[in-house]
Design a protein around this ligand. Structure first.
Ligand SMILES: [Zn+2]
Length: 230
């Protein structure tokens, strides 16, 4: 959370920064004029001038935030190579437009789509709610270095779900499949016992490189109560 700007003491701070040589060139000139105006202008500084004071102080205190590239989107600081590799595998196995649909525990739908060659994010994994642009929610993207870059609609709940999915894609896809009865990868209804047990079908398991084995002995193949307790 950025600290709210306080006018009390701001001129003294600005004066100190000028004295310490923390502002240079045009910034120093503007700062000096503002300090002068604060004592000579009737009624004190205007709101626009206070805006300049705030910007100059922030420029000294947080030089990174003033970088010409503008503010960087939130970076979870985690590597999301697991999800990126998953999509690479799918492409290598012949899926042209790989997609994964999931939902967080509190019901937020998530759609992972690998951006096509026409996109400026070509090859990156875009994460939205699956709605149509521009009426969709955009949670972020995974770039080709496996780095997650948060989007405008990222919430803490989605962020923690993404971390969990990256750590163990097969497990979360299984939970989704069992809850919804749909394969997270192709969207088709899960019909036979083994698919329901795994939460995705054998073809998707093969193409996405996910485990697909026998249902362990003694385990119920489909038990509603268990599924919804997850
Ligand atoms: Zn499938």
């Amino acid at each position: 959370m950025p600290q709210e700007f306080r006018r009390d003491g701001a001129i003294a701070t600005l004066t100190a920064y000028i004295g310490a040589g923390r502002l240079t060139g045009k910034s120093q000139e503007i700062a000096q004029d503002l300090v002068t105006a604060s004592t000579t202008r009737r009624g004190g500084l205007s709101d626009a001038q206070w805006g300049l004071v705030e910007r100059l102080i922030k420029q000294v205190e947080a030089p990174a935030a003033q970088s010409p590239a503008g503010p960087e989107p939130e970076d979870l600081g985690s590597r999301f190579g697991g999800v990126f590799e998953l999509f690479e595998q799918a492409v290598q196995n012949g899926i042209k437009h790989p997609k994964i649909r999931l939902a967080t525990g509190d019901g937020q739908a998530l759609m992972f789509v690998r951006a096509g060659s026409g996109s400026r994010y070509s090859g990156q994994i875009m994460i939205t709610d699956g709605g149509r642009y521009p009426n969709n929610r955009y949670f972020g993207r995974i770039d080709d270095a496996g780095r997650f870059v948060g989007g405008r609609d990222l919430t803490p709940s989605v962020a923690s779900y993404l971390r969990a999915f990256n750590a163990n894609p097969a497990d979360l896809a299984r939970v989704y499949g069992q809850k919804t009865g749909q394969c997270a990868f192709c969207g088709l209804e899960l019909k036979d016992g083994r698919s329901i047990h795994h939460g995705y079908g054998p073809i998707c398991a093969d193409r996405w490189g996910l485990p697909y084995g026998d249902v362990p002995d003694g385990e119920e193949v489909f038990d509603q109560a268990d599924l919804f307790a997850q």
